[in-house]
Design a binder for this molecule. Sequence first.
Ligand SMILES: [Zn+2]
Length: 237
Amino acid sequence: MLNEKLLEVQNREIELLRLKTKLKELLKEKETKEKLLKELETKLESAHRKLEEKKKELKDLKDFILYKQERIEELKAQKERVKSRSEFKQILRQIAKNEDDIIKTKQEITKVEAEVETLADAYRKLKEELAPQVESVRSEIEDLEAEVEKLEKKIEKVSRDIEDLKEGIPEEELRRFEELKEKFNGLVFADISSGACEGCGMTFSPAEFKELLKNLEPGKTKCPYCGRFIYSKVATR
Ligand SMILES: [Zn+2]
């Protein structure tokens, strides 16, 4: 067996594996960054929501005063039309009660206004503090996305290359190759140019290495230790 094309298939498959591992790492990193971004945004949103809720509370109090003022105007109009002294007194009491409510509400407003200011300040500070971080995490995510896209295209291309290569190889050879891949952990053809078998890691003695190189027939010669087909990337002879 050997076919230069099968060695090429092996090399591309190894590259594909490396690319897929890298892709997985990038996606994981992106996920981590996205989580961090979400946390930062949630912090900001929460501070903003607290501020908005307090503002709403303030508005409700102000509306309440407007309502009370209208009520007092109505009562004053009624007072002009009363028929009995007791009714007159009752209206006066109601007016006094509404005025009292206004005074209490105004005190409450002073307190809530101070709270609004505190919350606005806290929100502004938090924004200042987190904005640079949010920005940098966002740009990191963008970079990762670009890298992921590039890698996905590369993976697509290498996958296509593998398919194209396989088209030119007889089915029987491919079947055998798959079997050997299973047996040899994905590495059927091992380079020995470094003086050791790339497959099993065994270092050859100088004499042995010389002998192997001398008689090396790609696709036929096997590593004496692991049985993989050996070849030499560097023509040493
Ligand atoms: Zn070996």
